[in-house]
Design a protein around this ligand. Sequence first.
Ligand code: ADP
Length: 319
Amino acid sequence: MKKIGVLTSGGDAPGMNAAVRAVVRSAIYRGVEVYGVYHGYKGLITGNIKKLEVSDVGDIVQRGGTILYTARCEEFKTEEGRAIAIEQLKKFGIEGLVVIGGDGSFMGGVKLTQLGFPTIGIPGTIDNDIPETDFTLGFDTALNTIIDAIDKIRDTATSHERRFIIEVMGRGCGDLAMWAGLADGAESILIPETKEDLDTIVERLNRGIERGKKHNIIIVAEGVGSADEVAKAIKAKANMDTRVTVLGHVQRGGAPTAFDRVLAARMGNKAVELLLEGEKGKMIAIQNNKIVAHDILDLLTKKHEFNKNLYQLAKELSI
Ligand code: ADP
């Protein structure tokens, strides 16, 4: 293999740039040319593809977002769209592709592999919702952004002795909420994996108030519903006033943490190694601090494992 491509697809995540850099430099180090595909699968269809040199990925390791841009592309979900994509790849002489994105993007990669075009995936999403990997790229950065915001909210919550409900990202996976709750000592953590009834939430708030706690924080993953709904339910149930903060897209941006940068370096490097070894249809993962690879088709039938112990620990520590 003498030429490979790299693209970022789906939701962006801090650390994607560091992964692009790692792919480009690991390949060039091994005498392989790298082509950047812009705007995800859309760029594959329109031929928005450019050769990347070592210096093209300089000064990006610390930047959030993705210099290759990302997009969602319905046309790539059709056979016709994918046939055009394969033609474009052939035109540029590209023989393998690294896809940095979430499970939707991996599905696209698998379809290319099935058409005889080798593809390797790198999990890049802040939600940490990919199975068989302890962490996805961007999760640690987003988590630290959340913690920073909650610490600030806590200052004002304490000063005014207020209860805050904070909504964080995470549709199907509550890891951001759970880890943030554990790291910040939240009273309650509401996540899609498990149900917390309103009586318990109110009871925990009251317990805090009784022992003179000056601030109370409830974290809600967006997959459970909106923080506004939770605030209304608490008001209706216990006539308690709360303030709502929806963190929104600030969670997606920012300079990647050291953890995400190092993870990106290791995953990008492994993706290139596997492609050059003739592997395809695999996703790079980190498990027990080892960089490994899993068959994407096997992953698509699984869900990211909910860490019950961590959730229980958060509950125990916020008595
Ligand atoms: P994510 O990768 O973050 O899960 P999406 O689910 O939006 O994001 O997927 C990103 C892109 O991957 C889609 O816009 C589409 O181009 C491609 N894709 C997703 N699912 C498929 C599929 N089943 N077949 C082919 N391409 C797909």
